[in-house]
Write a protein that binds this ligand. Structure first.
Ligand SMILES: [Zn+2]
Length: 129
């Protein structure tokens, strides 16, 4: 993989998958390893760790949507709403510079959200940004 994965990515992915109860948000599959699928790719730092920009998908659906971005967009518009997608596009267009310190802070934020979700299954994780 070309983009390095750090603790911010790891805990973000854990929260996204736990938030969906490790269920594929597209096909409803529950068994097998779930993946954190970004709507806008991880190169865009402004949305890389935003819960608005990720869904939990099984390996099969993730691969299918990566190969069919138009289909992915259509499904997202139905699932999350056009308003959400408009808001997300604006967020995606913002520039965000990251430092090692900021990434550590983001990692810590999601590690704590994950802990809260484990303690209370009704806890709704808060997005870092
Ligand atoms: Zn699936």
């Amino acid at each position: 993989m070309a983009i390095k994965r750090d603790s911010a990515d790891k805990w973000f992915s854990d929260v996204v998958r736990k938030k969906a109860n490790h269920t594929c948000e597209h096909c409803g599959k529950v068994d097998g390893r779930m993946e954190c699928a970004h709507i806008y790719g991880r190169a865009a730092k402004s949305v890389r760790w935003s819960l608005d920009n990720a869904v939990c998908l099984c390996h099969y659906c993730h691969r299918k949507f990566t190969a069919n971005p138009l289909e992915f967009t259509k499904w997202l518009e139905r699932k999350l709403g056009v308003g959400h997608m408009d808001m997300l596009r604006e967020k995606w267009q913002c520039l965000m510079k990251t430092t090692k310190q900021l990434r550590l802070e983001i990692g810590k934020h999601y590690r704590e959200e994950h802990k809260k979700m484990e303690a209370d299954e009704c806890h709704k994780p808060i997005s870092y940004n």
